[in-house]
Design a protein around this ligand. Structure first.
Ligand SMILES: [Mg+2]
Length: 192
């Protein structure tokens, strides 16, 4: 089976990690409950930042957001290692900017994610993910971002799933809350 994953907020808990960093940097203690109610991907609003300030804050913090202690979601590493052992092909498709691609790949490998060079794609614009998914003929694809998922709604060949987040509740696609649910999906297909 060819299984594709977005990285940020699908496999790793990036926005929450950034939220903690913002609290620290801005000397605030905004509770996580606020984070869990956000209806958009961007996290700057509870900190009283304008759109522009929010963008600047994100870009100025990018090094720390990307390469420090952002945790994978529970079971992410183990699950993907297990899929790899079982002979599935794991693909990573991220919109992280090109200049961060190789470092991100190394960072993922250091965490234990099974990453093959030729199965790791970065610098993908939202609509480009659709093309690469078709080219690769993925059986499954998982992502969190509404703008990406909405471009994939009409694709029938790949089974696309939403990784549940507060800001993607309106996306009309099958969804998973925990990554471990994927194991069941794949195992059931094998049985069919
Ligand atoms: Mg994402």
């Amino acid at each position: 089976m060819k299984i594709g994953f977005d990285i940020d907020d699908t496999l790793i808990n990036l926005r929450e990690h950034a939220f903690h960093l913002y609290n620290k940097k801005m000397n605030q203690q905004i509770p996580l409950a606020v984070f869990h109610k956000l209806e958009r991907v961007e996290i700057h609003e509870p900190f009283g930042l304008t759109e522009e300030q929010g963008r600047d804050m994100w870009n100025a913090s990018l090094e720390e957001i990307y390469y420090t202690t952002c945790p994978p979601f529970p079971n992410a590493v183990e699950l993907l290692q297990e899929f790899e052992r079982d002979g599935h092909e794991i693909y990573y498709i991220t919109s992280r900017p090109k200049e961060h691609g190789e470092r991100t790949k190394a960072w993922m490998q250091a965490l234990g994610f099974p990453v093959k060079n030729e199965q790791f794609f970065y610098g993908m614009k939202d609509e480009e993910k659709n093309n690469i998914m078709k080219e690769l003929q993925l059986d499954y694809y998982f992502d969190d971002k509404p703008e990406v998922l909405n471009t994939l709604l009409n694709e029938s060949d790949t089974k696309v799933f939403v990784k549940h987040q507060s800001y993607n509740q309106n996306v009309q696609l099958p969804r998973i809350s925990e990554l471990s649910e994927i194991r069941e999906l794949i195992t059931n297909v094998k049985k069919d």
